[in-house]
Design a protein around this ligand. Structure first.
Ligand SMILES: Cc1ncc(COP(=O)(O)O)c(C=O)c1O
Length: 411
């Protein structure tokens, strides 16, 4: 039995994994160019990035915003969603997917995920539909597209708006088409951990010109198109990004496609090699997605196989071997104090609101798959997936070593 690093053995790895964000002379020169030009404010570079990113994602229009959360909120508002409306969201995602709905003064309704794709399950969406449902926000979790065929069919049947939360999915494809404008709108994040970043930032994509104009207005203080500067037509905010953000993003976009290829190749190697280790399971369900961003590489701890060793102890042991690994979200979104109404929370509207005519009580919500996934899941980050084949082999070796030394980990 190997001596595990957590018990004083030599770790599998002492080197770090590739760092993030990546930058080179492109970012340096582009930032300097903006600095020296004196044109720092929302101009040509922002427009160029919007056009290029929209084209890269197979969309007609792109409207940047200060982050992915605001992008979602603006998309909802632009679609006319607000007081009294319900929006179906998955519970296994970052807070913003649901909080943007609350910010738009509407009510998030959780529909469980599929255990293998980690994306919202179309059958659970069907069950969650009420006479108040107006929209669905599927999340392309970790970069794997949600089932856009089924979701599109449900939306058509019930006349619902589809807003893709593509905040993990730059470069991901559903049946050969890039995500973001398969639904009515799609939102992306460029926050610091994301696969293309300007530290903070976001964009809304759409093929619908009227929605694009609405989104532009909501992000730009409610201004009209080609109308006087001090005329404001709707209740928008100032959610504009700067030329500095766009300078960074234009450089990051140049590298994106090659990085998608590297992550995808490395994920394939991990799928093959990790599948040989009992005690963990890879998520390999066939999917029509032929290209995915792998913002996260997610796999599964199999508790029964470990004979009393907890996932938390396993994670500590793998980390001690020099392999950063994370359990991901500790619980589904609805278990957060915000939704359990234990925080300062929305006190009345939109959740207990005469206009809604109902009361939403998240203490009664149970999504069994999301709960199980939170208890079993394991994540590697996108940064690690940019490493070499030898880096992938170290990741596998770290886990294999802990599996072989598991007896010593029993508490
Ligand atoms: C799935 C998902 N949606 C939305 C967001 C919000 O993006 P931002 O952090 O840019 O506001 C994130 C960010 O982590 C996310 O992971």
């Amino acid at each position: 039995m190997p001596k595990l690093a957590i018990h004083g053995g030599s770790p599998v790895r002492t080197k770090s994994f590739p760092g993030w964000p990546v930058h080179d002379a492109c970012e340096r020169e582009a930032l300097n160019e903006v600095l020296e030009s004196g044109k720092w404010w929302y101009g040509a570079k922002v427009r160029t990035f919007e056009e290029r990113f929209a084209a890269y994602q197979d969309a007609r229009f792109g409207i940047t915003a200060v982050n992915g959360t605001v992008a979602l909120q603006v998309a909802l508002t632009a679609a006319g969603i607000g007081a009294g409306d319900e929006v179906i969201v998955p519970p296994y995602t970052f807070l913003a997917t649901a909080s943007a709905v609350l910010m738009a003064n509407a009510v998030p309704v959780f529909a469980d995920i599929d255990r293998d794709t980690l994306c919202i399950a179309p059958d659970r969406i069907r069950e969650a539909i009420t006479e108040k449902t107006r929209a669905i926000i599927p999340v392309h979790f970790g970069g794997l597209p949600a089932d856009m065929d089924e979701i599109g069919a449900i939306a058509e049947e019930h006349d619902l708006v589809v807003i893709e939360d593509a905040c993990h999915a730059w470069g991901s494809e559903w049946k050969g088409r890039k995500v973001g404008a398969i639904g009515d709108m799609g939102c992306f994040s460029f926050q610091a951990s994301k696969n293309i970043t300007s530290a903070e930032g976001g964009i809304i994509l759409t093929n619908d010109e009227a929605l694009a104009d609405q989104c532009r207005s909501y992000t730009n203080c409610g201004r009209g198109k080609d109308t006087p500067w001090y005329e404001h037509y709707l209740l928008g905010g100032n959610y504009r990004i700067t030329e500095f953000h766009a300078a960074l993003l234009l450089c990051q976009l140049e590298r994106l496609d090659e990085q998608v290829t590297i992550r995808q190749r490395n994920a394939q190697r991990l799928n093959e090699d990790l599948a040989k280790i009992e005690g963990i399971e890879v998520l390999q369900k066939d999917s029509p997605s032929n290209r995915r961003s792998y913002h996260l590489y997610c796999f599964r701890f199999v508790p029964q196989a470990w004979n009393g060793v907890s996932r938390e102890r396993f994670i500590e042991a793998v980390q001690a071997e020099g392999i950063p690994i994370s359990p991901g979200y500790p619980h589904p979104l609805y278990k957060n104090p915000l939704f359990q109404r234990k925080g300062e929370g929305p006190k009345f509207c939109p959740l207990s609101c005469p206009y809604y005519g109902k009361e939403m009580d998240y203490t009664k919500v149970v999504c069994p798959n999301a709960e199980q996934v939170c208890a079993e899941s394991l994540w590697f980050t996108q940064t690690m997936l940019l490493g070499s084949e030898a880096d992938m082999d170290d990741m596998v070796e770290g886990i294999a070593k802990v599996w072989e030394g598991r007896e010593a980990l029993k508490e």
